[in-house]
Design a protein around this ligand. Structure first.
Ligand SMILES: Nc1ncnc2c1ncn2[C@@H]1O[C@H](COP(=O)(O)OP(=O)(O)OP(=O)(O)O)[C@@H](O)[C@H]1O
Length: 351
């Protein structure tokens, strides 16, 4: 188990600019973290720096207070699960799972108990004595997950998009099983994904990345309630946060076109591009409030989203259950849930 620290860490591949911009960060011992962001944002670069496959061009990596920046992967005590299954076809499932333990001289009895425990958690018990060769991609990836999880002496377990090959209907099951495993095996786990559902289900803390920068580290609730960056507001949520260009003076925002909105906090003069952010969950279609033009209604099953236009911009609002679309639709905003951003970053107002 390990507390992982990054000190003035950065990486460039020598092609000009940073793939990972300079940062300081700590991942607590036994935490469940997700690295979340779109393709190319630097997730794999950061993961490879943790495992030792890549040496950062700047800064230090520290495991439990000891620098490991120059240590190769085999000296870091890291287990890694990749996108695609890594199993020995000629071995049985049991032998595959036991392999990392046998390799390290764990006595057979202890190894077998551990293998059976992990197999039960992953739903592999019934096939323990079958050869891996005859299994489908889903089961093979479960074995890969099991091989990553079977040792409880590792500093950290890294998962790199581990559910890519898994059938969609099995994904939700494996996601919750992984979460359960983390509860039972309190090892630091890092889960890389571009899928917000996977990140938010698995992690206690989500590290959101955009263009080589860590833009927020927070609980799933914090990312939803208080996005530190417009990227987080937009990327997390379905649909994401509404963002409207505006001018802010004290406790008031003025939208393009002149509509005025009272703010829950007072703001100092803000430089750069100023935007008002509010999630669709806190903007409701109503008979009174800010007049909007309705474009269409989307039925998402458990809720309905009204696509409207506000101050000449597209805006997503909630249409309450059972409510007919008003003849003259307006928006009711939960003012306490409004946020102000300057050049993409959350502006701190005063209560
Ligand atoms: N070996 C390399 N040489 C040069 N540039 C690279 C190399 N590997 C990655 N990059 C660049 O570094 C940036 C970050 O890439 P990285 O693979 O870390 O992102 P990612 O978030 O893991 O994306 P994906 O989900 O597509 O794997 C990208 O701009 C990418 O093109």
């Amino acid at each position: 188990m390990a507390r992982i620290g990054f000190e003035r860490l950065a990486h460039g591949y020598g092609t000009g600019g940073y793939a990972l911009k300079p940062m300081d960060m700590v991942w607590e011992d036994a935490g469940a973290y997700a690295l979340l962001g779109p393709s190319g944002c630097g997730k794999t670069t950061l993961l490879n720096i943790v495992s030792g496959l890549l040496r950062p061009s700047e800064g230090r990596v520290v495991f439990d207070g000891a620098e490991v920046t120059d240590l190769p992967p085999e000296r870091r005590n890291v287990a890694q699960v990749f996108q695609f299954p890594v199993v020995y076809d000629t071995m049985t499932v049991r032998e595959n799972l036991a392999f990392p333990l046998r390799n390290r001289g764990v006595p057979a009895k202890a190894a077998n108990a551990r293998v059976e425990h992990v197999a039960a958690l992953l739903g592999l018990t019934a096939m323990l004595d079958r050869r891996a060769r005859n299994l489908g991609a889903d089961d093979k990836q479960k074995i890969s997950l099991g091989r990553g999880l079977v040792r409880d002496d590792v500093a950290v377990i890294l998962f790199d998009e581990p559910l890519t090959v898994i059938d969609p209907h099995l994904k939700w099951e494996l996601r919750s099983r992984l979460k359960e495993l983390h509860r039972q095996v309190p090892v630091t786990m890092i889960y890389v994904t571009h899928d917000q559902t996977e990140a938010l289900t698995f992690a206690d803390r989500v590290v959101v990345m955009s263009e080589g920068e860590v833009v927020q580290v927070g609980t799933p609730e914090a990312l939803f309630d208080r996005p530190a960056h417009t990227f987080v507001g937009h990327f997390i949520g379905s649909p994401g946060m509404n963002l409207l260009p505006c001018a802010v003076a004290g406790r008031e925002a003025v939208l393009e076109g002149g509509a005025r909105i009272a703010l829950p906090r007072a703001y100092p003069a803000l430089a750069g591009k100023v935007e008002l952010g509010i999630r669709p969950e806190f903007a409701t279609l109503a008979r009174e409030g800010l007049p909007v033009s309705l474009r269409r209604v989307e039925d998402l099953g458990r809720r309905r989203i009204a696509r409207v236009e506000l101050a000449g911009r597209p805006f997503a609002a909630t249409l309450p259950e059972g409510m007919p679309v008003p003849a003259e639709p307006c928006l009711a905003l939960d003012l306490a849930r409004l946020h102000v951003y300057a050049d993409g970053r959350l502006a701190e107002g005063e209560a």
